[in-house]
Design a protein around this ligand. Structure first.
Ligand SMILES: C[S@@+](CC[C@H](N)C(=O)[O-])C[C@H]1O[C@@H](n2cnc3c(N)ncnc32)[C@H](O)[C@@H]1O
Length: 288
């Protein structure tokens, strides 16, 4: 992570000329995650996002998969990561596997509207919106005995209609006679701010559609979510952030940006997210 983030950081400093986009992005705004998803095409926003959140999200994904692998007892696994971004959840998964000393047949594919500049290059990736995922793409991938779908911090950004369509799409694919598994796991990494957990309403759409279609919930509870067992724990940030680089964005913002952007300079977060109290996720299994 240190090496990865140092590269992001160096690019971020070099591309200072584009910092004015940051105050307008959702990541510096308290109206978190209500904006157009296309913002990730801006490399400075991607950099800012990763510098603030990558270490804590990696830690969260590691925790999630570590917990998940306690229940998942098959030898092979096929993970579809929706809104994969840079692929941090794959990284967390790989760390959990290593830590648990597990050997598995692993297949992983990430999809995203945007091909992130800082995406891990060794993961299988398909640039598409969830709405446009074809049966062919999905079916090629899911033939096998296991199936896990993860939304790593992405469900909140996807609109209800797309989620509904996707739930029916999955149910249809599971009807495929050549597909042996009759169970499916969903892992949802929610957004937690204070006591508020966002995204559960979106997952409830999938949950209801599965139950209406004859599935039962075999693991997980829609009314509960996991939190970190060590909420006060602060992770160690892998590069030097005290050296005012985030404060510099504020100064830059008020001296170089336009009026609209200047009015939002105060929203620019000065610190990376480090506390595990922000972790909230759900692990669910449906079975027929
Ligand atoms: C907050 S980012 C999370 C990125 C990454 N999973 C992480 O943990 O850092 C949400 C991602 O969801 C993607 N996304 C949003 N709507 C989408 C859709 N309809 N189909 C595919 N990806 C989508 C965005 O492009 C973005 O990369």
């Amino acid at each position: 992570m240190q090496q990865y983030l140092s590269k992001v950081y160096n690019d971020f400093i070099r591309e200072q000329g584009t910092w004015c986009k940051i105050p307008e992005s959702q990541f510096s705004n308290s109206q978190y995650r209500k904006y157009d998803n296309k913002q990730y095409t801006e490399s400075s926003i991607e950099q800012y996002y990763l510098l603030r959140f990558a270490p804590i999200y990696l830690d969260e994904y590691y925790e999630i998969y570590f917990e998940f692998l306690k229940y998942y007892d098959k030898q092979n696994i096929k993970i579809l990561s929706i809104g994969v971004g840079a692929g941090l959840d794959f990284w967390g998964f790989a760390d959990a596997i290593v830590h648990l000393n597990k050997t598995m047949d692993i297949d992983y594919m990430g999809i995203d509207l945007i091909d992130w500049k800082y995406r891990l290059q060794d993961i299988r990736f398909l640039q598409t919106s969830l709405d446009d995922l074809t049966y062919q793409d999905f079916n090629n991938f899911t033939h096998g005995e296991a199936n896990v779908i993860i939304f790593p911090k992405s469900i909140i950004e996807i609109n209800e209609e797309s989620i509904k369509k996707f739930a029916y799409f999955i149910i249809d694919s599971l009807k495929d006679t050549s597909y042996k598994a009759k169970d499916i796991w969903f892992i949802i990494s929610y957004i937690k701010k204070g006591d508020k957990v966002s995204g559960i309403d979106k997952f409830k759409i999938i949950y209801d559609i599965f139950l209406e279609n004859g599935y039962i919930i075999n693991h997980g509870d829609i009314n509960k979510w996991h939190e970190s067992s060590d909420k006060d724990f602060k992770i160690i940030y892998p590069i030097d952030y005290k050296n005012s680089w985030m404060k510099n964005i504020k100064q830059y913002c008020s001296s170089k940006c336009n009026q609209v952007q200047i009015s939002k300079c105060n929203l620019v977060g000065q610190y990376p997210m480090l506390k595990k109290k922000h972790i909230a996720y759900g692990i669910y299994q449906f079975k027929k």
